[in-house]
Design a protein around this ligand. Structure first.
Ligand code: FNR
Length: 344
């Protein structure tokens, strides 16, 4: 008898199988305006940022991915070591299964053991209660909690949820009663003005718009099915660039994080220039770890830090908040999106 394939192992495998060096997150449709007199020096640049009441040395982090099986526990352990060496914050994948299965619980503990001092976010779905949210945070001694919104993914998953009517109430309860910062995130389908407004009204302070264009869970979940049924959802949702534009009107009321297909320092800087406080990277870091190992992944991340500082110098921006004043030009395609959506 063959055992049932583990969903978390399949996610990692399929994410890597569908890996592409480039992403269609829309950030290529945004261009910097070059000014020839930056009026600052490289030494003046700080990569530090702040969100969710926490201070970060770098404006990017390892976003939610995995954990919950033997194989993914090893990957999570490695990601935690990479986070420790590079000083990046890290989110684990959903700890949902760890709340009911003692073996899985142990696998998540490695993350904190490997990186005792680092900033770690726990992660759960929005169907969970306040009690589970507290348990997830305790398990990882987490500094914060990500709650993911993944309705598209759930609907494609054979074993997924079909009823999303309690999500907003759960979020409201958790945000009001848990004593760590909460980040509400998508999983690669992007966010709209309406979603952001609903979250703001529910007391949410930090949102990761996680847009379309990188890791695609419509593809991944469909490939887990025996026959293709959901390929019509492959390009569903807002790209990361569109989602960041959607967030413009709310950036005074809520902190925005960017993720979805972010792979390079240029893309990180574009996201920050559109007002994001930081960029989350999942698929690219997973690919580097799986194909090149920890040391070369660490070396790549160190290179990204240098490239970020170089780009900021060229743009004449000393800090991440300064980047939000960068002169940008958007493509006719994105300009049309803004016009249609009332974004100025
Ligand atoms: C994810 N992502 C994710 N998100 C989340 O909130 N909880 C989770 O458990 C997972 N699991 C997961 C597994 C794997 C293998 C990947 C690659 C990703 C989604 C992730 O955090 C992010 O929102 C999207 O992947 C888009 O970013 P990238 O991958 O294009 O950088």
């Amino acid at each position: 008898m063959t055992s049932k394939p583990n969903r978390k192992d399949q996610h990692v495998h399929l994410s890597e199988m569908n890996y592409s060096e480039t992403a269609q997150q829309g950030l290529e449709e945004i261009r910097f305006v070059h000014h020839s007199l930056p009026e600052i020096g490289l030494k003046d640049v700080s990569l530090a940022t702040a969100f969710a009441g926490l201070q970060f040395d770098y404006p990017f982090f390892i976003n939610a991915m995995t954990g919950g099986s033997k194989k993914t526990a090893v990957i999570n352990g490695n990601l935690a070591l990479i986070a420790k060496e590079t000083g990046l914050a890290m989110a684990t994948g959903s700890v949902s299964s760890a709340l009911t299965d003692a073996d899985v619980t142990d696998s998540f503990r490695t993350v904190r053991e490997n990186n005792p001092e680092g900033i770690i976010f726990a992660n759960l779905g929005a169907h969970h209660t306040l009690d589970n949210a507290k348990r997830a945070v305790d398990l990882l001694k987490a500094d914060g909690l990500q709650i993911h919104l993944n309705a598209a993914q759930e609907l494609i998953m054979p074993e997924g949820d079909r009823d999303f009517s309690a999500w907003l109430t759960n979020i409201e309860d958790i945000v009001q009663h848990i004593d760590v910062p909460v980040i509400i995130k998508e999983v690669g389908f992007g966010m709209s003005q309406k979603t952001i407004q609903q979250l703001v009204d529910s007391g949410v302070k930090t949102i990761d718009i996680s847009g379309r264009g990188g890791t695609n869970f419509a593809v991944i979940e469909n490939q887990r099915r025996p026959a293709e049924e959901y390929s019509y959802l492959y390009d569903f949702g807002q790209s990361t660039a569109e989602s960041l534009l959607e967030s413009q009107l709310y950036q005074g009321a809520v902190e925005i994080i960017a993720s979805g297909g972010i792979k390079t320092p240029v893309e990180i800087v574009k996201a920050l220039a559109l007002g994001a406080k930081a960029a989350g990277i999942s698929g690219e870091i997973l690919h580097l770890q799986l194909t090149q190992g920890n040391d070369r992944t660490i070396a790549a991340i160190e290179r990204w830090k240098t490239e970020l500082a170089t780009l900021m110098t060229l743009l004449g921006k000393k800090s991440v908040p300064d980047l939000a004043t960068t002169d940008l030009v958007i493509s006719p395609n994105l300009a049309h999106w803004c016009e249609a959506r009332g974004i100025h």
